[in-house]
Design a protein. Structure first.
Length: 338
């Protein structure tokens, strides 16, 4: 029997490039880990995004229920669900953007690196699927530890001969979202008016907010700098502790993931001046990966911005960040090369 969702998707896929029904631009997006704490609200927000014409929801459990639920929303995107490894290829074929929040979250007392043993294998398998089924897609990697999972993904793509460094982006947007919120609180401003660059990586001291470069321009006392830097670096742990064993940030993460994915899609569409922070292949420091501002365009992270002038506090922070990052990056690379 014919399935109207599948027929509508096929009609969209037959249309040229990113043009969806009615001539509006539309992209095909897959979420891997779509039934999880991040995956579900992320799927809901992506279904609300007018730039998305096809939304594929993949998980190893519960994706049919999440898909049925989300598919009743009266927005434009066609939603289809995929369950289990044997459906990974169908979930990925034809995708422009793949967002990956698959993997286990922290419990109190754990570091993100404690997730490595389980999540490294999950990311490896999913990236092998991407290399096979949608090697040109932009990848937004959320699964922790991001400082190691991005190097893992890069090695998988290199091995498959599909690696395009511009298209692999570790999602550090939640650090920026938190930094904007906490800084706005101190300054007494609306967080929507504040922009804080956060560079380095996505764990503890590797998260380096550049408070000297906040927009609008402002200054902080050394106590404020100390308080804000620490709060931004420990934002994830603050949520893990408050959730008391039931998981880590999911709702603010889904918000941040959609903010970042939307920026990637606007870049793909050809919009000018899209700049966000992300953890990418980089020559900004001596490390092979580093988070900084990147310009998003049709090819992904088309330009990686330099860090700009740092103050003494930030220079000390940068040295600490690089030390930890180097080990985490190497751990990811070795996982595939071993
Ligand atoms: P969760 O346990 O609620 O959900 C994870 C989902 O992944 C589950 O539905 C699970 O079935 C699925 N999954 C497991 N193995 C899979 C596989 N092989 N293929 C597809 N799906 C698979 O966890 P969560 O709270 O959604 O967090 C997910 C990940 O995101 C964690 O690693 C967490 O640390 C990370 N995270 C990162 C950031 C960031 O800023 N980058 C922020 C928050 C959480
Ligand atoms: C976060 O920053 O909230 C995530 O990386 C999840 C975590 O483990 O802290």
């Amino acid at each position: 029997p014919s399935n109207p969702q599948v027929e509508r998707e096929h009609a969209i896929l037959r249309q040229d490039g990113c043009r969806a029904k009615g001539g509006a631009p539309g992209f095909k997006v897959a979420i891997l880990g779509a039934a999880g704490g991040i995956g579900q609200p992320l799927a809901m927000l992506m279904k609300m995004n007018p730039l998305v014409s096809v939304l594929h929801l993949y998980d190893v459990v519960n994706s049919p229920g999440v898909t049925a639920d989300i598919s009743h929303m009266d927005t434009g995107a066609v939603v289809r669900g995929f369950l289990g490894q044997q459906q990974l290829e169908s979930a990925l074929t034809g995708m422009d953007l793949v967002v990956i929040p698959a993997g286990v979250p922290r419990k109190p007392g754990m570091t993100r690196d404690d997730l490595f043993n389980i999540n490294a294998g999950i990311v490896k398998t999913l990236c092998e699927g991407i290399a096979k089924s949608c090697p040109n897609a932009i990848v937004n990697l959320i699964s922790n530890p991001v400082n190691s999972t991005v190097p893992i993904a890069a090695e998988v793509f290199k091995k498959a001969g599909t690696y395009d460094p511009k298209k692999l982006l570790g999602v550090t947007m939640l650090d920026v979202v938190r930094a904007n919120t906490f800084v706005a609180e101190v300054l007494g401003l609306d967080p929507r008016e504040v922009n804080v660059p956060v560079v380095g990586g996505h764990a503890g001291v590797t998260i380096l907010p550049l408070l000297s470069q906040v927009k609008p321009p402002c200054s902080f006392t050394s106590e404020e700098t100390e308080y804000l830097t620490k709060r931004i670096q420990d934002g994830g742990t603050e949520v893990v502790q408050a959730k008391a064993g039931t998981g880590s940030a999911t709702l603010s993460m889904a918000y941040a993931a959609v903010k970042f994915a939307d920026a990637c899609l606007r870049g793909l569409r050809g919009d000018a001046g899209i700049v966000e922070c992300a953890f990418v292949a980089s020559q900004v420091t001596e490390l092979p990966f580093f988070a900084s501002k990147v310009k998003l365009g049709r090819g992904g992270a088309e330009e990686v911005h330099q860090l700009g002038p740092l103050n003494e506090y930030e220079r000390v922070g940068l040295e600490k960040a690089k030390k930890e990052l180097e080990a985490s990056i190497q751990k990811g690379i070795s996982f595939i090369r071993k």
